[in-house]
Design a protein around this ligand. Sequence first.
Ligand code: MG
Length: 367
Amino acid sequence: MQKLLNSHAPPVALLVAITAVAALACDPGSNETTGPLPTSGRVFKGTSSTPGTAGAPGAAGADSGPGVTPVEMFGQLSVEGPQLLGEDGKPVQLRGPSSMWLNWESDGYAESFQALEWMRDHWSLSVIRAAMGVEPAGAYLSDPDIALAQVTTIVENAIEAGVYVIIDWHDHTAHEHEDQAVEFFAEMARRYGEYPNVLYETFNEPQQVSWGVDVKPYHEAVVASIRRHDPDNIVILGTPSWSQLVDDAAIDPVKGTNLMYTLHFYACDHTSQSRALRAMQRGAAIFVTEWGATKADGGVEGDLCLDNARQWTDWMRTFGVSWTAWKLDNCSDLSCYFPSSGAPIDGGWTDAHLSGHGPFVRDRMRE
Ligand code: MG
């Protein structure tokens, strides 16, 4: 934790009490800039009923029209202060799934065009996150052709389906791979920067490193590489301590336009929104690119914490905080939407196909 101490850090006496898990719960300061908080945004509502479940959205929801896709509805996104806006300048909240680490996914749910369209129409999906593993064996650094093929499939499916897509550099030590990230994101921006569908997430979860020394300079280099090809699409920036310390970033933000900051929560371990509220009051826009109704290990151990998770999803709705929920895959973790076997790849899922926090995530996506 010593590396967290910098000139912008909260008082030392309070910092010593911070651990990665407890970070959201403590209140390190009163010398805050108090600006307006964001408001709830319009959400996309799918246009078909869901087989096998009650309370489906029916025809079009109040915010969308029949056959209108999320990107047709919201267009080119932008950020103003803490608020994500559609092309018409009105607030927007995006909701959808995150893939598994693509190098570790089981059966390729995230690459299925049919599943993506089905989730758009039946789960009201407006965004999907492509979590491209970087460092492990079989991920981008060792097998770039495989990783690029997975990412480009997901991005091009999203463009075809009219939904938003986050290209996530899924790395815990990205500041040690800056040259590779700069090259990767420049290529992604060159290929896809003209499409309003695409958002870039430059650094999944920095660990216990300094925002000012380690993380911010990395983001500045990657944002510059993106902006050489794409002047306007959203870039989402990871924050220290597994994307918890959004208020550290808000005190010393990256310069530029259409930038947001990453907050991750796992509802059994993270129960306070105070850091996010302080960050937003300082004018930082937040995107929750990962969450689970589980422990922070993704539900390898423990039970679901649905009351806490509902508090978080209600909070995100209130403040128009967009989200993608971990993870669209089949496994025994409670954060896998599907059990280890039995769920078809291409959609059509009923309650019987879902497991862990899958039904909860689906219901939050659709409400
Ligand atoms: Mg663009």
